[in-house]
Ligand binder design. Structure first.
Ligand code: DHE
Length: 518
């Protein structure tokens, strides 16, 4: 007998486990198995038998880190707006909702698999690839902003000259990290925390193709030759190489030390001059370089190991400490990272294949938070961090701290543009989460503190392609993008948006402009 269960919008056939558990009277179950029973009965059809996700997102502690338990209980009770998640408050008792919340924050007792077959079978083609087309709108395609509205899992395409939205569309659940662009600016690639990679055509305003490359994904990078997308995963412990045209799988690279110890990937980035991807690993004291060009550079460090595959050769750079997060210098010679002990940072020379300096980066900077600029003769790096209200300014010649700028609280993002004299940094946490400081890039002093909407989180700035305007998020469900004149620092326009998190200017991204994330 097959049991059909009605979910929000459709009938589905649950697996055998569902079938078995449904007939166990709940009175004889332990708390754990009762929660499991409720999960299989009400949630598994959309969120997967093992909580690995399906129509709905994966329900694992790794995927739920940004959601407080109270908020999770609210979603189960009341449903989630603009999704297929129904409200359960009339069918489940408060104690049952509580036990479901406990269950979804419990780690699985096995490392879930998401290999080649799973990835391939998730592949979705939405729209045929069309060559030689022009944008279907009059706006400058290189001065568009892609704005991720994390409040209701949408993205808005905004004209960067008129500050008018030209298109809004649904994205996968919980996009995270900067979307990545093809070098001509036609395509943008998004990654969700649940492992979905989506390719969106900015000329035709259509999602072209999607694939689920992991269960819990950190971020993606696109190769500078537009041929590959690489996906760094927490779950499973893999890097996944995709063809950037159709997102078909080229290779699944297990991330391990060859001695049975595997690792989560903290982040992976493209290093264009090196024709390689660089990955930081959470659980191994190594940095990986994966070559996609034709001529891998010569290795200078005899301690390094490399896999014996010639295509996508992996070079493993040994370190003394874990490297959680990093960014590159402007030439991609060095990477500057935060160490696990969060007491200082480390500089790793990619040519030499070893650490060349420790730097004073207290606390943990959020990835992609730091920016670099030329300060007189000195190239400098400035970064806020997530634990202390301070921006560290570091001389990139000798890696000494030249200034610590006190702010009104820990911050996530710092941004600037080569055509502006200011760098903007947010305060994301604490009583002053509603302020953004403006720092003079010459004097390294805060010259103005904006409070765009008292009591509401203000964060993440990005500039127009010419640097004349700065766009800032009011990071709330009834939020907005606030456009400022980057010189007079006066507000120019406010555009309502649903918790706009990141915003990304096509030109600044494809030219890897100074002052923004790459
Ligand atoms: Fe992020 C970028 C990791 C929490 C919003 N964040 C990134 C990147 C990484 C990262 C690896 C760079 C990816 C890229 O662009 O390719 N983020 C982490 C964490 O480890 C941390 C601290 C904990 C976690 O839950 O993973 C974390 N990040 C957050 C948030 O809580 C934020 C504020 C809200 C959210 O959406 O989860 C957040 N992260 C962002 C944004 C970017 C980002 C908006 C892209 C910034 C950019 O301008 O490029």
């Amino acid at each position: 007998m097959i049991l059909w269960i009605k979910t929000a919008n459709k009938y589905t056939v649950p697996g055998l486990i569902v079938f078995c558990t449904l007939f166990i009277p709940s009175g004889v179950l332990s708390d754990d198995s009762e929660a499991e029973h409720l999960y299989q009965q009400h949630c598994s059809a959309c969120h997967g038998l093992n909580r690995l996700g399906g129509v709905g997102p994966a329900l694992l502690p790794q995927n739920l880190r940004r959601l407080k338990r109270d908020a999770a209980a609210q979603v189960i009770s009341n449903g989630a707006a603009a999704t297929q998640m129904p409200a359960f408050k009339s069918s489940l008792a408060p104690s049952e909702i509580k036990s479901l919340v406990e269950l979804i924050y419990r780690p699985l007792d096995f490392v879930p698999e998401w290999g080649l077959d799973h990835i391939q079978s998730s592949h979705l083609r939405h729209y045929p690839e069309q060559l030689d087309v022009q944008p279907i709108y009059a706006s400058d395609p290189l001065n568009l902003f892609v704005v991720v509205e994390s409040g209701d899992h949408h993205a808005t395409i905004l004209d960067g000259d008129t500050f008018t939205p030209i298109h809004r569309f649904k994205t996968r659940h919980a996009l995270h990290g900067g979307p990545k662009f093809s070098s001509d600016g036609r395509y943008v690639y998004f990654a969700s925390r649940d492992g979905w990679v989506s390719k969106f055509d900015l000329y035709l305003l259509q999602t072209v193709v999607e694939v689920r490359a992991g269960i819990n994904t950190r971020n993606i990078a696109v190769s500078s030759d537009n041929r590959y997308v690489i996906v760094g995963n927490y779950l499973p412990h893999t890097l996944v190489l995709l063809d950037a045209v159709d997102l078909s799988v080229i290779k699944v690279i297990p991330v391990d030390d060859g001695m049975g110890n595997s690792s989560r990937v903290s982040a992976v980035y493209d290093a264009p001059p090196r024709q390689s991807f660089i990955a930081a690993l959470k659980d191994l004291t190594e940095v990986w370089e994966i070559y996609y060009g034709n001529n891998p550079p010569e290795q200078h460090n005899s301690e390094e190991a490399s896999d014996d595959v010639s295509e996508f050769q992996v070079r493993r750079i040994p370190l003394n400490d874990y490297l959680d997060d990093f960014f590159f210098d402007q030439n991609y010679d060095n990477l500057i990272g935060a160490a696990r002990n969060a007491k200082n940072g480390q500089v790793v020379s990619l040519d030499l294949g070893r650490k060349i300096a420790d730097i004073d980066l207290p606390g943990m900077p959020h990835l992609g938070s730091g920016i670099t600029w030329q300060h007189g003769d000195i190239p400098i790096l400035a970064s806020p961090n997530l634990r202390e209200g301070v921006v560290s300014v570091i001389d990139m010649n000798d890696w000494e701290t030249i200034k610590r700028i006190d702010t009104l609280g820990p911050g996530f993002f710092m941004r600037s543009h080569k055509n502006t004299g200011y760098a903007w940094v947010d305060v994301f946490f604490g009583p002053n989460k509603d302020v953004v400081h403006i720092i003079d890039k010459r004097s390294l002093e805060i010259v103005k503190t904006l409070r765009p909407q008292p009591g509401k989180t203000a964060a993440h700035v990005e500039f127009t392609r010419d640097g004349r305007f700065a766009l800032l998020s009011i990071w709330e469900m009834d939020g907005a993008l606030v456009v400022y004149n980057a010189k007079s620092l006066e507000e120019v326009k406010r555009i309502p948006m649903v918790k706009p998190s990141g915003k990304y200017n096509v030109f600044n991204k494809i030219t890897k402009a100074e002052g923004t994330s790459h």
